[in-house]
Design a protein around this ligand. Structure first.
Ligand code: SAM
Length: 183
């Protein structure tokens, strides 16, 4: 990903913590966060840092990680497991909370929509493999007991679908929030 960015932008590419960007205050027109806020330690600090680097009137575009489209055959099996793994208060990047924290940081919501569907092929077996490899951050620290209780039955259910190695056409759709830094 960094190599692709560096190929397009050259030495402007930097790797940094989203809470401490190596960018001067008010230096950029636009900040983009795609599937990031679900992972950071402090959503409010990341939003404040975006405000710091944005010029007045600049925009922040946030694509949230939670799937926002109708569940397909694989989602129908996998999504309840992810819901069960969430803390009682829900996702830290749920849209209403991000809007509230952004407002507190000095950002006004100016547009909200769904992303254009991105179509891709994936088989139930591939999804099961990804679960077993714990590629989702929320699975990384699961105890062996919790993995056996919550994830293993989902893996088994995916592999039990008809033709589990056959790719299904899937669509990724996500919430897109656009904020403007208040002048
Ligand atoms: C699910 S990936 C999304 C990557 C990319 N935006 C995309 O759309 O494919 C999440 C990214 O957030 C980055 N990330 C997580 N916490 C971060 C933080 N505190 N500061 C900067 N990046 C962070 C991870 O390194 C990872 O590259």
């Amino acid at each position: 990903m960094l190599a692709v960015a560096a190929g397009r932008l050259g030495p402007a590419v930097a790797v940094a913590d989203a809470e401490r960007l190596p960018v001067s205050a008010g230096a950029v027109d636009t900040v983009v966060m795609v599937w990031v806020l679900q992972l950071v330690a402090r959503v409010e600090r990341v939003l404040e840092e975006a405000v710091r680097v944005l010029r007045r009137g600049g925009h922040l575009a946030v694509v949230l990680a939670a799937p926002a489209g109708p569940p397909d055959e694989i989602d129908g099996i996998v999504r309840p497991m992810y819901l069960a793994l969430l803390p009682p208060e829900g996702r830290q990047d749920r849209p209403e909370l991000v809007v509230e924290l952004a407002r507190a940081a000095g950002l006004r919501l100016v547009h909200r929509c769904l992303t254009t569907p991105q179509h891709y092929g994936e088989s139930p077996a591939e999804e099961a493999d990804r679960l077993e490899r714990r590629t989702a951050a929320i699975l990384l620290d699961l105890s062996p007991e919790a993995f056996a209780d919550l994830v293993a039955p989902v893996v088994a259910a995916l592999r039990a679908l008809p033709r589990p190695d056959e790719a299904r056409r899937r669509s990724a759709v996500h919430d897109l929030l656009v904020f403007r830094r208040e002048p």
